[in-house]
Write a protein that binds this ligand. Sequence first.
Ligand SMILES: C[S@@+](CC[C@H](N)C(=O)[O-])C[C@H]1O[C@@H](n2cnc3c(N)ncnc32)[C@H](O)[C@@H]1O
Length: 277
Amino acid sequence: MTPVYIGYFFKVEPLQPASDILIAELGELGFDSFVETEEGIEAYIIKDQHQEALVKEVSILENENFKISYTIQEFEQVNWNEEWEKNFSPILVDDVCQVRAPFHPKKETEYDIVIEPKMSFGTGHHATTHMMIQHILKDDMREKSVLDMGCGTGVLAILASMKGATPVEAIDIDNWCYLNTLENVERNNCSTIKVEEGEASLLPGRSYDIIIANINRNILLNDLPVYTDCLTENGEIYLSGFYEEDLPIITEKCESLGLKLDNHLVRENWVAVKFVK
Ligand SMILES: C[S@@+](CC[C@H](N)C(=O)[O-])C[C@H]1O[C@@H](n2cnc3c(N)ncnc32)[C@H](O)[C@@H]1O
C-alpha cells in the first residue's frame, strides 16, 4: 500500500545556505524526500513518522538571519516522477558531461549519466557536485582504483567508472543514498561499482589511487586521517562540501597529513579542491 505523506512547503529567504541546513535538519527527523523550488524547498515525510511539534523545534526556523515560513498538506499518493519533472532540469558540465533523469531526452555528449535522484543529493545542480564533475573530467582515471565517499546518487562514482577507473567503490552513510546509488549504478551499466552503506570505519586496510569526497567541512576534518592512510603514494584526493572561507583549515589539515595542494575551483562560494599525496 502506498504510504500517506505529509508535505511541507517552505519559503526560504535567502535560499542558501538556509535550504541546505533545513534539509539536513529535516532529514534527521525522518523526512525522506526533498524538492528544491524557486522559493525554497518541499519536504515530505511518511505520515506515521510525522510529529509537527518536532518540526517546530528545528533550529534554523528560529535563526534571525533567515526568513522561513511554511504550509502543510497531506497527500494520499505522491507522484515523484511528476515532482522531478517539474523541478529537475538536465545539466551539462563543460559541454562534455550531461546529468539527466530518465524522462529527459538524450543529447549527444561524451558522458551521459542518467540519475533518478529521489531524495539523494547529487544531480549535478549543486555547485559542489558540478565542480567535482569538472575535476573528474580533467583527470585521467584509466585503470585507477577510486573511492567515492559520500556518494549520494552515485553520480561521481559513475563518471569515474565511465572514465575507465577500476575498481570503483561508492560508500554513503545514508541508507536511501546507498539504495539510490545501487539503482543508478545499474541504470548506467556500471554495475561493477561496489556500493556500500557506511562511513570511514569501513576503510582501514583498503587502498585507493583516487578518493573523491564531497561531504562537509567537519566530517572531512574528522575523517581525513583515515582517507589519507588509504591513499597510495602520489594518490589524489578531491574534497568538496565546504565554503571558500574554510579552505585554509582544510588545507592546514591536509598538509599536516602530508598532502600537497594541487588546485581548487570555486563556484557560488563553495570549493572543490585537489590534493596529492
Ligand atoms: C553533499 S552530498 C554529495 C553527494 C554526491 N557525492 C555529489 O557529489 O553530488 C554528501 C553525501 O555524504 C553522505 N555522508 C554524510 N556523512 C557521511 C560520512 N560520515 N561518511 C560517508 N558519507 C557521508 C550524505 O548522506 C550525502 O549523501
